[in-house]
Design a binder for this molecule. Structure first.
Ligand code: PLP
Length: 329
């Protein structure tokens, strides 16, 4: 009997190594890996650039407390901000911690303005934002929250795609709208451009923050660094993770100077973690990002999507949906 607590219903396969798009099982079979660690190994397994970067860093420095400046983190943050709307990044160990950071910063944003009751966040049915208590109740999927009550308050849920219900849900206590640019766990559902533009407009009209969760759809998977770049909007807060580390655990939240300039407290957020932005992991993420941005891999994704769509035509297949290489049958 396994001594690992049953948090997963695991398949009876284990792997000894991986290279590129292939995984090799301990019983000697070769697999073409369509799971990719669930949206993680975007450059495949053991990419040479990452192997070299990690090896070099592992000889220099592993861990120092976030109480000190960490140059590897600074370089990574600069790379990300150079390629996005954002001016600031905070690194976490997982996507969930990054969504928590976004919930906290949205509330603090209004608290700093003396509006501490403007603290509720509108979310959508079918969403997934992670597995901490707040993230679970933000998504409010009954299958995931069962047995974990009492409910974490502060979230108002509306039906995905119901703009009228969304408008009705906004009140004086609403601080933010949080949504995945493309729903991942909720079935690879792409929000139409006009829907995202509508969300942005509502946020502007009602002084709300727009939080986009790109933990699953971000970091090149759709052919742009961030999925929202396909649409005519810019969020206030962006959350991502998974693909950023190229196989190493990292999550991140970014926002703009414009949003943060009124913060009077120092530190601004106090959402701290021992390991977030660890030097080896930041190095892996930087190498991954350089490859993703510099190798031309993203410019091929549109063609690859077309190829998949043209070949995935069969009377058993009723629909292919998604964007870029985030496709579902
Ligand atoms: N947000 C979205 C959209 C996700 O798909 C996930 C994970 O699947 C998370 C958040 C949580 O990320 P993590 O598993 O790294 O905590």
């Amino acid at each position: 009997m396994s001594k690992i607590l049953g948090t997963y219903a695991r398949r009876k396969i284990s792997f000894s190594h991986g290279k590129g798009a292939h995984l090799f099982s301990t019983d000697g079979k070769k697999y073409l890996d369509f799971v990719s660690g669930i949206a993680v190994n975007s450059l495949g397994h053991c990419h040479d650039a990452l192997v070299n970067a990690i090896q070099e860093q592992s000889k220099k420095l592993w861990h120092v407390s976030n109480a000190f400046e960490i140059p590897e983190q600074e370089i990574l943050a600069k790379k990300i901000t150079d390629h996005s709307f954002a001016d600031f990044v905070v690194f976490m160990n997982s996507g969930t911690e990054a969504t928590e950071a976004s919930i906290k910063i949205a509330r603090k944003y209004f608290f700093e303005q003396g509006k501490e009751n403007k603290n509720r966040i509108i979310t959508f049915k079918g969403a997934f934002h992670g597995r901490t208590l707040a993230a679970l109740f933000a998504a409010n999927n009954p299958e995931h929250t069962k047995g974990f009550g009492p409910k974490v308050d502060g979230f108002d849920q509306v039906e995905f795609g119901d703009h009228e219900a969304l408008k009705k849900a906004i009140n004086k206590n609403t601080a933010a709208i949080m949504v995945e640019s493309i729903l991942g766990e909720g079935g690879i559902r792409v929000l139409p451009n006009e829907c995202l533009v509508g969300l942005r407009k509502l946020c502007d009209e009602h002084d709300l923050l727009l939080i986009l969760d790109e933990v699953q759809c971000g970091i090149g998977r759709t052919g742009k660094l961030f999925a929202f770049e396909h649409f005519n909007i810019v969020p206030d807060i962006l959350v991502y993770g998974k693909g950023l580390g190229g196989g190493f655990p990292i999550g991140a939240m970014t926002t703009s100077y414009e949003n943060m300039k009124l913060f009077k407290t120092n530190p601004i957020l106090g959402h701290i973690t021992t390991f977030g932005g660890h030097p080896v992991i930041a190095t892996a993420a930087l190498s991954n990002l350089k490859e993703t941005l510099g190798s031309g891999i993203m410019s091929e994704i549109d063609e690859k999507e077309k190829l998949f769509r043209s070949l995935l035509k069969h009377h058993y297949i009723s629909e292919v949906r998604g964007k870029g290489l985030m496709l579902a049958i």
